[in-house]
Ligand binder design. Structure first.
Ligand code: GRF
Length: 191
C-alpha cells in the first residue's frame, strides 16, 4: 500500500510538527511528513524542519495579492508532491476556498481548548480567565471559519492550579498524543 503523505502548516514553534514527524519515524503513524509550509519566514518551526530534513516552504502572505493567490501556489506545490492530508499545527491563518476545495475533508487542525469553547489565538489564557477547571484539546476538520469544522477527537484535563506555563505544557503534551491518534483515523478513514 502507498504510504500516506502529509503536509504540516505552522506559523510558530512547531512542537506539534516535531511530534508528528517523530511518530511517522517510529512507526506510530504510517505516513511521512513531506512538506512543511510556514507563513512566518523567521519562525522556529523552520529550524526544526531543517533539523529533521523536511522540505519547507516559507512565504510572506503580504508578498501576494490575495489569499487566493498564495493558496494557488500552495495547491500546486501540494499536488506536485502528492500530498494526501494537510495538518494545521499552529497555522495562524484562515484557510480559504482555494485550498478547501482542492483538499475537501483532507485538512485538519488542532486547537488547545474543548471546542466550541474558546476559539481563537488565546484559547488557554481565555479559559483560565473564565475560571475553567476542565481544559482540553480538540482536533477537527477545517472549514472557512475560525476553529470551526466537525470535531474528530477531544481530550480533557482537570487543572485547578494557577501556573499558566505548567498548564500550557500539560496541554501541549496532550496535543502531541492526540494529533497522532487523529492522523491515524484519517489514514484508516475512521472518522
Ligand atoms: C498549539 O497549541 C495548537 O493547538 C495551536 O497552536 C499551538 C501550536 O504549537 N493551534 P506548536 O507550534 O505546535 O508548538
Amino acid at each position: 500500500m502507498k504510504r500516506t503523505k502529509l503536509a504540516v502548516f505552522a506559523s510558530g514553534s512547531g512542537s506539534n510538527y516535531e511530534a508528528i514527524v517523530e511518530a511517522c519515524r517510529d512507526g506510530r503513524i504510517e505516513a511521512d511528513v513531506v512538506l512543511l509550509v510556514c507563513d512566518k519566514p523567521g519562525a522556529k518551526v523552520l529550524e526544526r524542519a531543517k533539523r529533521f530534513g523536511t522540505e519547507s516552504f516559507a512565504f510572506n502572505p503580504k508578498d501576494y495579492e490575495s489569499r487566493e493567490a498564495y493558496e494557488t501556489v500552495l495547491v500546486s506545490m501540494l499536488e506536485e508532491r502528492g500530498i494526501d492530508y494537510i495538518c494545521l499545527a499552529g497555522y495562524m491563518r484562515i484557510v480559504g476556498k482555494v485550498l478547501l476545495e482542492r483538499f475537501e475533508q483532507r485538512i485538519v487542525n488542532i486547537h488547545p481548548s474543548l471546542l466550541p469553547s474558546f476559539k481563537g489565538a488565546h484559547a488557554i489564557q481565555d479559559a483560565v480567565d473564565y475560571g475553567v477547571k476542565i481544559f482540553g484539546v480538540t482536533t477537527h476538520f477545517v472549514d472557512e471559519t475560525l476553529d470551526g469544522g466537525r470535531i474528530i477527537d477531544q481530550a480533557a484535563i482537570v487543572y485547578e492550579g494557577s501556573d499558566i506555563e505548567e498548564l500550557t505544557n500539560l496541554i501541549h503534551n496532550i496535543e502531541h498524543k492526540l494529533y497522532v491518534k487523529t492522523i491515524n483515523k484519517l489514514i484508516n478513514k475512521k472518522y
